[in-house]
Design a protein around this ligand. Structure first.
Ligand code: NOJ
Length: 979
């Protein structure tokens, strides 16, 4: 006995030692490359690249085998149509490809190429597949919501032999030069080519063909040699990681080269953990060797600086050169890859000097579907993103709580835990608006249920949160547990609302709950059903302050190929998963968004409220439905750094409501890293702390001083600037503009700034931030693009601008490097509160930062922050301007509506309590008063004088002055005269 105990003790000691050793040398987190395809392992990617290689090997003798049949061309009402003929080199077969080019009223052009045989269903599917025969033609149905009106002014201006030229766009400044043989299009603006299709001859539409079964070689015989020509090895079946894709329609990829002559930088095509300015992808120093991939996937422990795919896709790219931006949207929902090559050449000295020395040549290919490309001719990035948003929708204006701080972790383990966190945030005076529940709140991962042991009283929990106007976000994923005691799965099965496998049976795979089925949100009936599940009576334990998080919607399938669904699965309408994969996440997000808009249907008094739904997977158009975050990052400095270009890229790609897990999802951040992450997070449009289930607790109060205090300061900064953030969201919701903006967007003429992606402007507030993303750093150099003066946000230290210089800004741990550019007026609310809801009627502070010319302006948008009443005029929109010594507030609301008056009434007591004038004129030294006048009943009248206190410049800081309580209302017109 003794002996055995001694032995087991010794074993225990050895075990302990080994575990300690393991914990000392925890292997670095790393993506499992073997789970995801490289281009070489993706048949159509390899084929399209090989096609490009043979074209460049043949060089000048290469001729694209696609010709537009001149006799087929018709132009009518802004639309050109015709037939492209592909001549198959090996057989001489002629394949008919219907072409349409739509010239839109907005100045955007759209080129669509289909395949006649598939269009007519004149093909034979293999394996007795039930799949649709057409090329997928419904991406438009999900992604596009407007802007398709055909141009009345577009006209054919010449059709010389072999070319058809169409003028379109504003003042007919755009021109499409359609070359017939070989087919290609050049898009010109003001006579200069900006975008070129098939210039390199890489257009490739893999046409339908029957599989020619080769006779099995007899025993002992060698198989016959493969015939010369195309590589068929990946045409029919393709296997990866133990899964075989049956490919019932054979090869059907599409490819096209799109060149941007004179454009050195391209941006966009999120989501990748890469730089803002995209890299070249054909190998070489500092370049990638694989194309950027767009195939929404749950990439575990994703790596940085990589073209690997991530959770979402926006196939929208902008090309930029000095003072010009153009763009393309590749509307295709299948797996897509994009190669980028930059071609350097000598500048033509005789040219007008606008064309750069670099052409960016891109090559796009998708596995299936239509070739459907939109071309935007700018000339500013704002024009490009606005035209793109007119098509795919503008960012939904969020509820105001949604842009405040969110506290999340996997998981708050009980309802009392939630209440405790809430209490401790208050105790430490840390503002927050939302607490989140990850998957563990459910009863055994059955969504729409509560764990009966740990979440016994959801009502008490919600009520406690509501006391401070706080909200709860609960996760709901698309996999539905396949278990006998679950009514939701029974309903889904009996109504046939789940995704099917290739044989047409309900698809089964593995996710958090184990065996699961996936709701098919492409189906209108499934959407209807999904909406019904969110009724208060059905999803019991949820209330008016419950909102939703959609995760795993790529979809993530633990045992599926590349952690997702088999491509030959079937969705509503028998479209193959292959065709719709990248849209899948959007359809689920859309169903949840719809469900949330219908939540109050039975409560006419309450009326609909703006939904808040966070999604991990996304596509063009997801910006209409909520926010996204960058998924499972790591608690490491380089991940903090990488979050900034990723979020900037989302912003210029029409989906600016973006954030990254503050603190890093995997691992435990040091206190310094966590603190710096809060400071950076305070500038993410979507600001949420989140952590993996295996991590230590890290709510801001856990760190202790000085960290807790510093993080609280960062949170307070966010809260005080909420009026500026909300105004930025309003602009995004009406114009598609990014919320945080990279240098190239703000200074399109400043070539030195085109690749800068570690600092940014907050909308047009003039706030310029560069969060610290390196350990131990105490100062930072901020790049200044113009000659304006910049002022430190906190102490008004002056950094005189000079284009192209850097300002060194001191940034000890407690300091966020943040400058204010002269010439702006920033609206704030400075009273510290526990949540944004409690700030609704708080007074405002206006920070007037005078520019070099002594003037400044800014904007404020305000509404009730939750309902849709703003669409009926219930909002305040003011422009503040300072010039010639007078500060004024002017109404810039575009439309009054039935609810305007009521809203204005509710805000009538909300005042401006403080005006700070930074860079105040020297002459104000002796100024004690400013004269105030305010509108009343449409007339302006003198109100009185307000006291001005002037503080003279010292030690490199600017003069500033403060006006306390000038007595003016935020919704009124007024003037404060400092003369
Ligand atoms: C994956 C998500 O990316 C992560 O944020 C979440 O905590 C886990 N799923 C568990 O739901």
């Amino acid at each position: 006995m003794m002996h055995r105990t001694g032995l087991s003790q010794r074993w225990a000691a050895v075990f302990l030692f080994l575990s300690l050793l393991c914990s000392l040398f925890t292997p670095a987190l790393m993506v499992k490359h073997e789970n995801f395809k490289t281009c070489d392992q993706s048949g159509f990617c390899k084929r399209n690249r090989a096609y490009a290689d043979s074209a460049s090997a043949a060089s000048s003798s290469w001729r694209s085998p696609y010709d537009l049949d001149s006799s087929s061309i018709i132009f009518k009402d802004g639309k050109l149509s015709g037939t492209i003929i592909k001549t198959v080199s090996t057989t001489g077969e002629k394949v008919r490809l219907p072409l349409t080019v739509n010239f839109l009223e907005s100045g955007t052009a759209r080129v669509v190429v289909d395949e006649e045989k598939r269009q007519k269903g004149d093909i034979v599917l293999r394996h007795e597949s039930k799949a649709k025969k057409e090329r997928y033609n419904e991406a438009e149905k999900w992604a596009i919501v407007g802007g398709l009106e055909l141009s009345k002014g577009a006209a054919v201006v010449s059709s010389e032999a072999g070319y058809t030229n169409v003028k379109y766009g504003p003042q007919s400044s755009h021109e499409a030069v359609v070359r017939h043989s070989p087919f290609g299009i050049e898009f010109k603006r003001d006579g200069e080519t900006q975008v070129q299709f098939n210039g390199r001859g890489l257009l490739n539409m893999e046409h339908w063909r029957a599989k020619v079964e080769k006779p099995e070689p007899k025993e002992g015989e060698e198989p016959p040699p493969e015939p010369e020509g195309e590589d068929e090895s990946t045409w029919w079946d393709e296997s990866f990681g133990g899964n075989t894709d049956s490919k019932p329609r054979g090869p059907e990829s599409i490819g096209l080269d799109i060149s941007f002559p004179g454009y050195e930088h391209v941006y966009g095509i999120p989501e990748h953990a890469s730089s803002l300015s995209l890299k070249e992808t054909r190998g070489g120093d500092g370049k990638y060797s694989d194309p950027y991939r767009l195939y929404n996937a749950d990439v575990f422990e994703y790596e940085l600086n990589s073209p690997m795919t991530l959770y979402g896709s926006i196939p929208f790219m902008q090309a930029h050169r000095k003072d010009s931006t153009v763009g393309v949207l590749w509307l295709n929902a299948a797996e897509t890859w994009v190669d980028i090559v930059k071609n350097r050449h000598a500048v033509n000295q005789l040219s007008l000097g606008t064309v750069g020395a670099v052409d960016t040549e891109t090559h796009w290919f998708s596995e299936s579907g239509l070739l459907d490309v939109f071309v935007f001719l700018g000339p500013h990035s704002q024009n490009v993103v606005e035209s793109y948003s007119a098509l795919t929708g503008f960012t939904a204006l969020p509820q105001s709580f949604a842009i405040a701080y969110h506290q999340c972790r996997w998981n708050y383990v009980t309802d009392t835990d939630v209440i405790d966190v809430d209490r401790r945030m208050d105790k430490h005076k840390i503002p927050y608006d939302v607490i989140w529940l990850d998957i563990e709140y459910t009863d055994g991962k059955k969504y729409f249920t509560w764990d009966p042991l740990t979440f016994t009283d959801p009502e008490r929990m919600h009520k406690t949160l509501d006391k401070r106007e706080r909200k709860l976000v609960a996760i709901i994923d698309p996999h539905i547990k396949n278990t006998p005691d679950y009514s939701i799965v029974d309903e889904m099965k009996s109504k046939d609302l789940a995704v099917h496998n290739k044989d047409g049976n309900i698809y089964e795979g593995w996710c958090w709950p184990g065996s699961s089925h996936w709701v098919d949100c492409f189906s209108p009936a499934a959407i209807k059903w999904w909406i019904s599940l969110f009724k208060y009576s059905k999803f019991t334990g949820t209330f008016k302050n419950t909102f939703i998080w959609n995760d795993m919607n790529e979809p993530s399938v633990f045992n599926g190929p590349e952690t997702t669904m088999p491509k030959d699965n079937l969705h509503f309408g028998n479209w193959e998963h292959r065709d719709v994969h990248n849209i899948n996440g959007l359809t689920f997000h859309n169903a949840t968004y719809e469900a949330m808009t219908h939540r109050n249907d039975d409560d006419k008094k309450e009326g609909p409220k703006r939904p808040f739904v966070l999604t991990r997977s996304f596509y063009s158009g997801s910006q209409r439905l909520g926010a996204m975050w960058t998924g499972d990052n790591e608690a490491k400095w380089d991940h903090l750094k990488a979050s900034i270009p990723m979020i900037l890229n989302q912003g210029i790609s029409g989906f600016p409501f973006a954030g990254a897990d503050v603190g890093g999802f995997f691992g435990n951040p040091s206190k310094e890293l966590l603190t710096r992450w809060y400071q950076a997070g305070a500038f993410y449009p979507f600001f949420r702390g989140h952590a993996h289930i295996d991590t230590r607790r890290r709510e801001p109060y856990m760190a202790g001083e000085p960290y807790t205090g510093i993080m609280t300061q960062a949170l307070r900064l966010r809260y005080s600037l909420l009026p500026a953030w909300y105004t930025a969201f309003y602009e995004a919701s009406t114009r598609g503009s990014p919320i945080i903006r990279p240098n190239f967007y703000v200074y399109p003429g400043d070539e030195k700034g085109f690749a800068i992606d570690d600092q940014f402007y907050l909308a047009n507030t003039g706030l310029l931030a560069k969060p610290i993303t390196e350990e131990g750093k105490e100062s930072v150099d901020i790049y200044i693009a113009d000659g304006e003066s910049y002022f430190d946000y906190f102490d008004y230290t002056v950094h005189a601008g000079k284009p192209g210089r850097t300002a060194t800004v001191s940034a000890p741990l407690e300091r966020i490097p943040l400058l204010m550019q002269g010439g702006h007026i920033i609206p704030r609310r400075d009273r510290p509160r526990r949540s944004s809801g409690l700030m609704r009627y708080d007074p405002f502070t206006l920070v007037v930062v005078l520019g070099n010319d002594g003037s400044a302006d800014g904007e404020l948008y305000l509404d009730d922050g939750e309902s849709f009443d703003y669409q009926e005029g219930a909002y305040i929109h003011r422009r503040f301007a300072f010039s010639n010594g007078i500060l004024s507030s002017e109404d810039i609301a575009v439309a009054k509506g039935s609810k305007t008056e009521k809203y204005h009434k509710s805000m009538k007591d909300v005042r401006v309590e403080k005006i700070i004038v930074v860079n105040a004129p020297e002459a104000w030294k002796s100024k004690n008063e400013a004269s105030v006048s305010e509108e009343k009943d449409g007339k302006s009248g003198k109100k009185g004088d307000a006291t001005v206190t002037f503080v003279g410049k010292t030690g490199g800081k600017a003069n500033w002055a403060v006006v306390r309580d000038p007595g003016v209302r935020i919704g009124n017109g007024w003037k404060i005269d400092f003369n």
